[in-house]
Design a protein around this ligand. Structure first.
Ligand code: NAD
Length: 359
């Protein structure tokens, strides 16, 4: 396993490999950048095929968090943790406590929260060992709690903006949306979309989740093999990354790709392929920032729920600015977003970008 020479290494500030014999914890903490604040990003629990796969995931996800947090204009740098294990079988309170001690040893340079496979109850265990954690149960009217509904709200706002920009749709009434993955984010996204009158096609490997969403939101359930190529206007990937790849590109019927999953493009070239096919790609780390915006408010303890809502809704105008810049320069939206994020980190800025782009 090569770390410093890994193609995704991208000058990470720190990599920590954690092992706790007693609880069986095996985890990687990746700290990409602390320029704009402590590195923050969720913890994913996944049964990786091998260590290399886990390392690659941690590196890609943590750089994505740097970019996400920079463009969300919050007081966080970027990092991520992965726990190697099956979330359905291997979770114990001891394991998350051991993980909490590993977080604490980073002295506040990394702040953790939930990601795929990790729930609020797990973070409550982490919080018994460290204060460098967010995404805990909500207390009173302050910001906090499960970040997934906030992420879903941001994705919904982003889909509305994309449908307006690319499809000329003044609302989502009658717009056909395929949602892949009906977990913490996908479920709430379907609720927003259904309430707005969108027509849903959905898939999940979990049959029960499909049944619930089918029943509650009048969604058509299709197989996980058919969801990417579904005949819809918008594809919302809300499961795992790299769903836009060499194989799937030829099957896409949607005109917009806009979902919560991190690292949706297998390679930057896939973003270029979307652009040349006139498919609007909504950069994942811009549209899915709602959860981290809530986590930031919770962590610093100085932001109300109403302020979090306003900041999450600001994802709409931020995306509009990126779409306009991409159209004006005939460049992929992913390239515009990356350049903006890299500039902000280079300059150490946490200032509004929408005003700058509009001027
Ligand atoms: P989750 O674990 O709650 O849900 C993921 C869902 O995807 C599960 O229901 C799972 O069964 C399903 N799934 C897995 N593989 C699938 C496949 N091949 N086809 C269809 N469904 C499949 O996770 P989540 O919190 O909802 O997050 C979803 C995505 O959004 C992840 O990529 C995550 O990194 C990203 N994200 C989440 C948040 C958040 O606030 N939770 C924030 C930013 C980004």
């Amino acid at each position: 396993m090569k770390v410093l020479e890994h193609p995704e290494f991208d000058a990470h500030e720190r990599m920590v490999f954690c092992h706790d014999k007693a609880s069986g914890l095996n985890a990687i903490i990746a700290i990409h950048s602390t320029v704009l604040g402590p590195a923050a990003g969720g913890c994913r629990m996944w049964s990786y095929a091998n260590d290399d796969e886990a390392l690659t995931d941690a590196l890609r996800l943590s750089r994505g968090m740097s970019y996400k947090n920079a463009l969300a204009e919050i007081r966080f740098g970027g990092g991520k943790a992965v726990i190697l294990g099956d979330a359905a079988k291997d979770k114990t309170a001891e394991l998350f406590r051991a993980f909490g001690r590993a977080i604490d040893a980073q002295s506040g340079d990394y702040i953790t929260a939930e990601d795929v496979g990790v729930r609020v109850a797990d973070m409550e265990e982490v919080a018994t060992q460290t204060k460098f954690v967010s995404g805990l149960s909500q207390r009173g009217s302050s910001a906090g709690g499960d970040p997934s509904p906030w992420t879903a709200r941001g994705v919904y706002v982003g889909i509305r903006e994309a449908a307006s920009h690319h499809l000329g749709a003044s609302s989502l009434q009658g717009v056909r949306v395929a949602v892949q993955g009906l977990g913490g984010v996908g479920y709430h996204l379907c609720r927003h979309l259904h309430e707005a009158g969108a027509l849903l096609t959905v898939a999940d490997i979990n049959r029960e989740r499909c049944n619930v969403v089918g029943r509650e939101f009048a969604a058509q359930v299709v197989s996980t093999d058919d969801i990417i190529g579904a005949d819809v206007d918008v594809l919302a990937p809300c499961a795992l990354g790299a769903v836009i790849n060499e194989r799937s590109l030829g099957t896409l019927k949607a005109s917009v790709v806009a979902g919560a999953a991190n690292n949706q493009l297998a390679t930057p070239e896939d973003g270029e392929q979307l652009r040349s096919a006139n498919i609007l790609y909504v950069p994942d780390y811009v549209i899915n920032a709602g959860g981290i915006v809530s986590a930031e408010g919770e962590y610093y303890g100085d932001v109300s729920e109403a302020q979090v809502a306003a900041r999450v809704d600001a994802i709409g105008p931020r995306l509009r600015a990126i779409f306009l810049e991409a159209s004006a320069t005939d460049t992929g939206t992913h390239v515009i977003a990356d350049a903006l994020a890299q500039n902000r980190i280079r300059e150490g800025r946490v200032t509004p970008m929408v005003d700058k782009l509009a001027s």
